[in-house]
Write a protein that binds this ligand. Structure first.
Ligand code: AMP
Length: 487
């Protein structure tokens, strides 16, 4: 059954075997569409975000095509996968190794922040698949450590992010060195003008594939916002973690400083946490990520740049501590949860000054996000009501460019990590923190049926729908969440 589903796409038995060893049963929508087209040698232009299975969607047919053809010579590369971040390079390279484990192909990842010499040595023998970030690739090319004369395939993963990070010039410089006759696969979560312009230069007569985010992340991710005053966000987050979220979660901030401050705040509350953003070394970031994956600490605080492309399996909750300034990043962020069909929850702590960002996000995801209030954290400054959403629910189809657009530089810089505090006892943490967060662990319930927490099942009030009407009262002693703002 498994074998048939992937074999039917035309993939080689060695790759089908690797996929079944991963436990994949059926191809995801993007795999269904992209794999046969890529195997047939077509260029593809794919609108898909992380979480859709897009990586396997391009890695598997790419490996398949490389099984035929000449062996690589010194410093040669046959397939180049360009990615925006070091973390994504590692992750995509893992996918190459995993899906290609029964094939005899050489691969490597090349990214900055680590010594270049070992990468140069590794490239000497040539590689079939090179996964690289643009800056390091150019450095390697400048030193003649890599040559592209035999390049057959180019993949651009997360093209929108590449432009966000200001890689436009590097991409130009790289593409100028590549043979014109090649197969090009381009993936992007969003298609602003800059990406469309890039696509018009890179792909030829592509098959355009659009994966509706609602089929992937949004459908199985419960999204809600929690209005709160800005200064009280850290305490609210601590409260939510101590009260509801015993599992690991990822928290997004907009700035590096914000990530560090919040991490310290969480650690002071006895919650084990670490941050990844651009000020820490590559080694420290990788170590933080490795520890997180091994459940070494509970909360990973990240900026958008650092988090892009990270594949952390079965992350049940994602928290937007700040709403992203670029609405598309909301989709990238919630792509961390509800992956590959698992249920997830995305909570955004929203203060009154973030109303414009909220409106933009709600238009983008085509829904007014449900609001839930947490007792003791009702905002003094109300978040204004959202206007109704309008327009098409699907992501924009990639279009022909009207005019080129300069990509902008990333505003917040890149990732770094703070040290992870050792996990401490939750009881102790709760005790130490009670006064500060003003939330008590016992005896609180919500009047919403979306109530979380162990006490909910015991209290009939917890299951009662909110009957408060538009001017609902502040929930009483036994209410934790209220569906509407207090009047
Ligand atoms: P991606 O969108 O490439 O970041 O993939 C998201 C997650 O889905 C990764 O953890 C993959 O291992 C997983 N995945 C990819 N394809 C499948 C599939 N056909 N069935 C189940 N999981 C998959």
């Amino acid at each position: 059954m498994t074998d048939q589903a992937f074999a039917a796409l035309g993939l080689a038995p060695e790759i089908v075997l690797a996929l079944s060893e991963q436990g994949y049963r059926v191809p995801t929508p993007v795999q269904q569409q992209a794999v046969p087209a890529i195997l047939a040698g077509r260029d593809v232009l794919v609108a898909a975000q992380t979480g859709t299975g897009k990586t396997a969607g391009f890695v598997c047919p790419l490996l398949d095509r490389l099984t035929a053809g000449p062996a690589v010579g010194i410093n040669q590369v046959r397939a180049l996968i360009l990615v925006p971040t070091r973390e994504l390079a590692v992750q995509v390279h893992m996918a190459v190794r995993t899906y290609g484990q029964h094939l005899n192909l050489r691969s490597m990842a090349a990214f900055g922040g680590v010594k270049i010499n070992p990468q140069m040595m590794q490239l000497r023998r040539g590689v079939d698949v090179l996964v690289a970030t643009p800056g390091r690739l150019l450095d390697l090319a400048a030193q003649n450590a890599v040559t592209f004369g035999l390049l057959e395939m180019l993949v651009l993963d997360e093209a929108d992010r590449m432009l966000d990070l200001g890689f436009s010039r590097e991409l130009d410089a790289i593409v100028r060195q590549l043979p014109r006759r090649r197969q090009t696969l381009m993936f992007s979560a969003t298609f602003p003008a800059g990406v469309r312009q890039l696509a018009s230069l890179l792909v030829h007569n592509p098959l355009e594939i659009i994966v509706d985010p609602e089929q992937t992340t949004a459908a199985n991710v419960k999204q809600w916002i929690c209005p709160v005053d800005k200064k009280r966000k850290p305490a609210l987050l601590v409260h939510l973690i101590l009260e509801y979220y015993a599992t690991q979660l990822m928290v997004f901030t907009n700035t590096k400083q914000g990530a560090d401050q919040l991490t310290r705040f969480l650690q002071a509350a006895g919650i084990s946490a670490a941050a990844i953003h651009g000020d820490r070394s590559q080694g420290q970031r990788m170590e933080a990520l490795r520890l997180f994956k091994q459940q070494g600490f509970q909360v990973l605080v990240a900026t958008d740049v650092a988090a892009r492309g990270l594949d952390i399996e079965q992350l049940p909750q994602v928290v937007n501590f700040d709403l992203p300034k670029v609405a598309e990043n909301y989709i990238h962020r919630i792509g961390r949860t509800g992956r590959a069909g698992a249920a997830g929850e995305a909570i955004s702590l929203v203060s009154a000054d973030e109303i414009d960002a909220l409106k933009a996000i709600e238009q983008l995801v085509q829904q007014v996000l449900p609001r839930e209030y947490v007792e003791d954290f009702f905002p003094d400054h109300q978040v204004p009501a959202s206007p109704p959403v309008f327009g098409p629910a699907r992501p924009k189809k990639p279009k022909k460019p009207k005019k080129p657009q300069e990509p902008y530089q990333a505003a917040t810089g890149t990732p770094a990590a703070t040290g992870a505090a050792p996990a401490r006892g939750r009881q102790a943490a709760a005790g130490r923190y009670k006064g500060k967060v003003e939330g008590k662990a016992a005896g609180k319930h919500t009047d919403k049926d979306t109530v979380k927490g162990k006490d909910a099942a015991k209290d009939p009030a917890a299951k009662r729908p909110n009957k408060g009407g538009p001017k609902a009262r502040r929930p009483g002693k036994n209410a934790r969440h209220a569906a509407r703002p207090p009047s």
